[in-house]
Ligand binder design. Sequence first.
Ligand code: APR
Ligand code: PHB
Length: 392
Amino acid sequence: MRTQVVIIGAGPAGLLLSHLLRLAGVASVVLESRSREHCEQRIRAGVLEQGTVDTLTQAGLGSRMQREGLVHHGIELLFERTRHRIDLTALTGGRAITVYGQHEVVRDMIAAAIDHQQPLYFDVSAVSLHDLTTDKPWVQFTHEGIAQRIDCEFIAGCDGFHGISRDSIPAAALQTFERIYPYAWLGILAHAAPTCDELVYAHHERGFALFSMRSPELTRLYLQCRPDEDLAQWPDQRVWAELHARFDNADGWLPAIGEIAQKGVTPMRSFVCEPMQYGRLFLAGDAAHIVPPTGAKGMNLAVADVRVLSKALAAHYRDGRDDLLAAYSSTCLARVWRAEHFSYFMTNMLHPSFDDTPFVNRLKLSELRYVARSDAAARMLAENYVGLPFDD
Ligand code: APR
Ligand code: PHB
């Protein structure tokens, strides 16, 4: 087999890249190690920046998102039993976020790839990358028991944090930056109508809690927990009691209780690898960087990366220009580090730490009060939350 770009991974990064390349007239093949069903059912975060929505819409992938996505113009911060609204739209000159599950985006992009007859292989194994520093790299993989080889010109490593692409780069050619947080999130999906139109981020001395949603019938909720939390210790009744304790507020607002459909623990990590390219291999999305979910940036960063990469590859094929490819890593890392800082800021401010001194927890409360009261501080939060404009 032969193609121009081999894309490793059919998450949001890999799938969107394959569509953007098709629109630019560049051929690609996507290789995914899991099944189609697995990719379509994996529940992840669900907040899309305005720029992500616009990118998907311009690529012709937005029709169901436009119908079913929930547009939010603000978020709430809840602390000291009081709810404070951050008016995202007023603070950012009219921008908003859309709540639409990441697996719905993945489902829409897989359907569109099949419609456009884009080569997309699920259930592949033994993927390995070769001759990355030449202009004729190639990829080996096994599909339906048969070992295959694809010759190509570029490889996009979109295979997430645990993929093989980043590990195919010699350690000496990479610098990595990492922070592991001393807490995690216990997340549930509940069959209950959301009782608030906007997301509620709660800081409580018992720990952080987040109220989110997936549809008019589904509420998504999270509780700060230990990284090694044992789910067996969390029967549904305890989850609801803890959520209600942490969301306690003077207005008497609470999430509605419903049957819990899913329960899981999400670790909290910040990670960046520099540079995001090695020879003809370009990393995008979680393969190159991870943010803790508090800033809701993970999928949005993946979209920003592949916008830059698709434009750089299009310039190579259309105009014979390689300056955009050479700048890929530095272009992406500027946005990545801004999102890393914002995610770290939101995470630190909203999670009381049981390891820190009481002094540090008082600082967090002071920061929350400042964001709730100062227009300048609220604007800083809002413009990062809705997403900064793209540089490309
Ligand atoms: N070969 C082929 N595919 C692989 C391999 C491999 N060796 N290893 C992993 N994959 C696949 C995974 O099964 C997954 O479908 O790569 C895909 C990577 O997708 P994501 O993990 O969703 O990463 P990305 O596309 O960068 O999207 C970032 O995902 O983790 C969330 O919150 C994060 O929203 C962010 C988004
Ligand atoms: C979610 O709905 O899953 C969600 C929302 C906001 C976040 C993280 C996750 O910051």
